[in-house]
Write a protein that binds this ligand. Sequence first.
Ligand SMILES: Nc1nc2c(ncn2[C@@H]2O[C@H](COP(=O)(O)OP(=O)(O)OP(=O)(O)O)[C@@H](O)[C@H]2O)c(=O)[nH]1
Ligand SMILES: [Mg+2]
Length: 295
Amino acid sequence: MFKSGFVAIIGRPNVGKSTLLNQIIGEKISIVSNKAQTTRNTIKLILNDEDSQIIFLDTPGFQNPKNKLGEFLLKESESSKAGADIITVLTDISDSIGKMDGIILEGLKDTKIPKVLLINKIDLLENKEEIKSIIEMYEDTGIFQKILPISALNNEGLNDYVKFIKDNLKEGPMYYPDDYITDLPEKFIAQEIIREKALIYLDEEIPHGIMVEIESFKERSDKKIIDIDATIYAEKDSHKGMVIGKNGAMLKKIGTDARLDLESFLDTKVNLKLWVKVDKNWREKERSLKNFGYK
Ligand SMILES: Nc1nc2c(ncn2[C@@H]2O[C@H](COP(=O)(O)OP(=O)(O)OP(=O)(O)O)[C@@H](O)[C@H]2O)c(=O)[nH]1
Ligand SMILES: [Mg+2]
């Protein structure tokens, strides 16, 4: 019997949802940074096996929206639950259930499908005994069929998690060809790789106002190199200056790191050209959000 299904991963920003899924898939598809709200679209990551296909949905971090982009992110997270066969909630080693986690749990109380809780970042626990009381705290909610402490970063506890998913999958079709690990086009992943480098290097409020658009993505006819032209959008003129940096140093750093990742992802040489433009307050404008694919 072939089993398959959709597994939504939800949780606050920065708890490690994308790290977890990249680790399970064994390839870096979903971008990761230490800034909240790194993920902006629901991203499908596919785990293929001889007798099963699991489609994981990596969602934007669950938080109170502060602008139109935030409203879109919350909707993405909410709607991923609707199409899921199994729900995974990811949290970290905090010793109390915070406000946002409380809202997430409340929203799951009446959901009938299997639910699993992963307590991530146990590598950061100084006293390993502490995990017991954290597990008990979540057991008391009575919401989850399974609660597992994990470290997504160190690949700890992930086999048990995948086993739980497989045990709870139902008979189903192969939704995607068995060599697919995502349904995303290369162009989208290229855009995300560039955005990740900007997120990693830029500080304070700038990263959240960054958007990347791929202007052109062309393979040369001899197939030995891919030319990529991309624009980084910032929200303010002053932010544009910081993305470029002194004598272009910041843009160069972002470009070099992005090119190296692109070459490894696309398995070919890449010629990357970056531009920086300003689109004022695009996070509040329906039209810009639509243009950038957040609709
Ligand atoms: N120490 C430790 N850090 C981790 C672990 N998992 C993830 N991180 C770090 O946590 C940060 C956030 O990781 P992401 O995977 O981007 O988190 P996310 O939940 O997808 O965040 P959003 O997309 O913003 O909602 C990164 O700096 C990761 O390296 C873990 O198991 N241990
Ligand atoms: Mg993420």
